[in-house]
Structure formats: structure tokens, C-alpha cells
Unconditional design. Structure first.
Length: 100
């Protein structure tokens, strides 16, 4: 199942992220290496949020990532959401739907 994890950043995210960025990136690349995270990155020319695409059976994997993330632990993430994403188009779609 695909899931979307959305982070909503604090107003001072850009000023504070440097101290925690390497640890955050290391955790994200580790999740990607395990096949859990497909893509991730910030949203906007001046980032105020981020979106991560996960591919996993258990959304608990995503919550574990969130709780261990230095950005979350240090208040750079004000809130987050995890939503199931029903993918229907593309080679990696979990439930492909084609026209009749």
C-alpha cells in the first residue's frame, strides 16, 4: 500500500534545520534503502511543508519514522498526517485501473 506522509514545518524551519539535517537525511535514506520510503522532499519555493511517499503494509512503519525523526523531536515539524494513497496509474500503482 502507498501512503503519503505530510510534514508541516515551523516558521523558523529553514533557520534551524542545519543542526538536524544530516540525521534527518540519514534516517530518510535508510528508510528508502529498506524499501519503505519511495520519495521525499520539501514543497514550495520557500519550503513550508514536505511530502514523503511510503510503500509498506503497516503504517506503523511510518509513525516509527516520524517519532525517530530529529525534525519532529526538535520542533521543526508542527504537525504531520499519514494518509493511505490508492495509486491507480503508473507502473508502480498498487491497484492499477485501465480504461475499458
Amino acid at each position: 500500500m502507498h501512503y503519503l506522509l505530510t510534514y508541516h514545518y515551523s516558521a523558523d524551519y529553514l533557520q534551524r534545520r542545519g543542526e538536524f539535517r544530516n540525521a534527518h537525511l540519514a534516517a530518510a535514506w535508510a528508510a528508502q534503502g529498506r524499501g519503505e520510503m519511495v520519495l521525499g522532499g520539501t514543497v514550495g519555493a520557500v519550503p513550508d511543508s514536505a511530502v514523503f511517499v511510503f510503500d509498506c503494509i503497516d503504517p506503523g512503519v511510518i509513525e516509527a519514522f516520524v517519532q525517530a525523526d530529529p525534525y519532529v523531536q526538535n520542533g521543526l515539524v508542527l504537525r504531520h498526517t499519514v494518509q493511505p494513497w490508492t495509486t491507480v496509474i503508473g507502473a508502480a500503482a498498487k491497484t492499477p485501473v485501465h480504461p475499458e
